[in-house]
Write a protein that binds this ligand. Structure first.
Ligand SMILES: [Zn+2]
Length: 316
């Protein structure tokens, strides 16, 4: 079972615990106000146990027990409502009415709440920041509609780029282009789109991870120093997005060597890699060298160079 599924299991346990705790609190209040409730509840518990036992113990009168159970249930509800509590205040309430917080739908399949918790767990594991980009929240309206020096307006360009990225997210796990490279200056929406690709992959049930270059190369550096850093997760994850490439601190014998190993391992295994960078292709070659450049900028990559004339939208 993957870590995300484990997290969902823990989530249901937490829900059950929280429900029990809430009811227990209400129970203490109710008992303080209506002391006879304690005796009624204890008797109800015993009657319910006897009903279960009545299958094998013929001395127990099942019909009479059920009559007593219904009478007790009614009496408890009446006492509660007379004293300002809800009739069902002592019965734990399910967060999900469909599955009763078991994760199993009535048809035996997975409940929608399970899938929702699973997606949340995957997003949490993915390294995505809290307010990360998604195709659903992409708003071309934040970009200028004026053409300026470029052939198309920034708005039109970004709308098309968003559609390409969406196509990439759908095909990268099949036989589509394996790498997606988004180049352009700061504040042009590259990070947003890289995050949106990761979010979409997670929504589709795939395993994906987002990291900034700063975090990734720090892990490389610490690994080089002999620290116990798990670099395999960067190699193994089916889709990896590396944001802000080029802003990390260069370290001799680490940056280029480790980055090359990661890129070629991922390529050999047919994994999908998304890169967002402020570097131009020329800067890229001079920073990381030909070997990495030719690996990444090959025909298995979709490459987009956002025109330099577009403004930084965060400066508006
Ligand atoms: Zn459910």
């Amino acid at each position: 079972m993957s870590a995300a599924h484990e997290n969902v299991k823990v989530r249901y346990q937490q829900i059950a615990y929280r429900k029990a705790q809430q009811v227990e609190e209400t129970r203490q209040n109710a008992y303080a106000k209506v002391p006879e409730l304690a005796g009624l509840e204890t008797e109800l518990l015993q009657v319910n146990l006897d009903i279960l036992q009545s299958g094998i113990n013929k001395r127990l009168d099942r019909t009479a027990l059920k009559t007593r159970r219904d009478a007790l249930t009614k009496e408890i509800a009446a006492k509660l409502t007379q004293n300002g509590f809800a009739a069902d205040a002592l019965i734990p309430k399910a967060v999900c009415a469909i599955c009763g917080d078991t994760g199993v739908a009535p048809n035996g399949g997975r409940c929608a709440c399970y899938d929702r918790y699973l997606l949340e767990a995957r997003i949490k594991d993915s390294g995505l920041p809290e307010y990360s980009g998604s195709f659903e929240t992409f708003d071309a309206g934040v970009f200028s509609d004026e053409k300026g020096k470029e052939k198309v307006s920034q708005r039109q360009y970004m709308q098309t780029l968003k559609e390409r990225c969406e196509k990439y997210a759908a095909a990268a796990f099949e036989d589509g282009e394996k790498n997606l490279i988004l180049m352009g200056s700061a504040g042009t929406g590259k990070s947003f789109l890289a995050q949106a690709v990761v979010t979409r992959a997670l929504q589709n049930g795939q395993i994906a991870m987002y990291t900034t270059a700063g975090r990734l190369f720090k892990d490389f550096y610490n690994h080089r120093l002999g620290e116990n850093v798990d670099l395999e997760r960067y190699e193994d994850v089916p889709l990896l997005a590396i944001d802000d490439l080029g802003t990390e601190i260069m370290t001799k014998n680490v940056t280029v060597e480790y980055f090359y190993n990661l890129i070629s391992a991922r390529e050999t295994m047919g994994k999908a890699t998304v890169i967002a960078t402020n570097l131009t292709p020329e800067d890229f070659v001079s920073r990381y060298g030909d070997r990495i450049y030719s690996r990444l900028f090959s025909k298995i990559s979709a490459k987009y160079l956002i025109p330099a004339g577009y403004p930084d939208i965060r400066k508006n």
